[in-house]
Design a protein around this ligand. Structure first.
Ligand code: NCD
Ligand code: ZN
Length: 349
């Protein structure tokens, strides 16, 4: 076990329970970074067009495996993108294939490539019924899209308008409240009836919304759900580091080309794959809880997904290094989160 202020920590190999790998050349540019950090990842299906069928998920999985650098030991765990037209039969076939671990619910219009998402949860009742019976997790982007609701309140309002009614209608449905960003969501997950988990990103543990505006408008800190006030960051850090198995690691690393981030209508998404564990280690150290990192990163996720814990370990060493200003990306570059800043931990293998 790590001591209170170690210079090196070793964890069972961790997993990323929420990751965007994109496709084609963009995927080839980023997949190696995740494979160097994680043994497995839940791969988000918000491609263009979205991954809505088992056949598409299997083909996407093959493309990911083909894009991995030589010698990688990385397993993509696939998801289907839920639409108003998804059938229960498709979901059942996906689950029975053993290759698709979950279904993703994007409220239509909530985030990047979510136009084909669900317009009203009542439209997918038959699918949710089937998932409940199968024990297949539903991964939820928990924000309402009602333009009347303030952008910073969309997660909180989602709990009342969607999460609570959905849990009432499908009490046995296993749900991951993805990338939670508020104290209210952390409390909801902590206190909910069993079967609910949540992923938390490194950036929501490390930054509050000031980061978006410090010294000017900084698009590389813009993601959805957007960073919130300090009281939320601090509640999330407490949730992540408190040892509660309902909370687990999901980077939501969401690569976008630099020109699309530094744009009049900049894309939402922070690119954290190359330094994800280092960022989480910095957050856990801030909370004096490095000894809880392994639970959050390597144990709680497999327990929720009913998958085995990974064999093997990774080691982080205390060693200051500078996050690169930019990394290669097709036709452009990609700017990692906190580019140019110094970080105290380094993954050494
Ligand atoms: C994600 C993306 O770019 O695909 N963006 C983000 O800001 N997190 C979509 C998502 O997870 O909301
Ligand atoms: Zn995401």
């Amino acid at each position: 076990m790590p001591t209170s202020n170690p210079d090196q920590i070793t964890l069972l190999r961790p997993d990323d329970w929420h990751l965007h790998l994109r496709d084609a050349q963009a995927m080839a540019a980023v997949v190696g970074a995740s494979a160097a950090q994680f043994a497995r990842a839940i791969v988000m299906p918000n491609l263009r067009p979205p991954v809505t069928t088992l056949a598409q998920a299997l083909a996407y999985r093959e493309r990911i495996l083909a894009a991995l650098p030589e010698g990688s030991d990385f397993t993509p765990l696939m998801t289907l993108y839920l639409t108003d037209n998804t059938t229960a039969a498709e979901i059942r076939a996906a689950w029975e294939s053993g290759m698709v671990q979950a279904v993703k619910l994007y409220p239509a219009g909530a985030t990047t490539n979510s136009d084909a998402g669900v317009t009203d949860p009542r439209k997918v009742a038959a699918v949710l019924e089937t998932m409940q019976a199968l024990g297949m997790p539903l991964l939820v982007h928990g924000e309402v899209t009602d333009p009347e609701v303030d952008v910073f309140d969309r997660e909180q309002v989602f709990i009342d308008r969607v999460m609570i009614p959905m849990r009432r209608d499908f009490p046995g449905l296993r749900i991951v409240f993805e990338h939670i960003t508020t104290e209210e969501a952390a409390q909801y997950v902590r206190d909910a009836h069993e079967g609910v988990g949540a992923t938390i990103t490194a950036h929501h543990l490390l930054y509050n919304r000031n980061a978006i505006f410090t010294g000017g408008l900084r698009p590389h800190w813009y993601c959805l759900p957007v960073l919130k006030r300090e009281r939320h960051r601090s509640a999330l850090l407490q949730a992540a580091t408190g040892g509660n198995p309902r909370f687990f690691l999901g980077t939501d690393s969401a690569p976008h080309a630099r020109r699309l981030k530094e744009h009049a209508a900049g894309c939402a998404g922070c690119y954290t794959a190359p330094h994800a564990l280092e960022l989480y280690a910095a957050a856990f150290e801030m909370a004096g809880a490095l000894d809880r990192l392994e639970g959050f990163a390597s144990l709680h996720g497999p327990a929720f997904y009913r998958l085995p814990v990974n064999r093997g370990t990774v080691t982080l060493r205390r060693e200051a290094w500078r996050i690169p200003d930019a990394l290669p990306f097709p036709g452009d570059a990609i700017v990692p989160l906190a580019a140019g800043e110094t970080i105290a931990w380094r993954l050494i293998g």
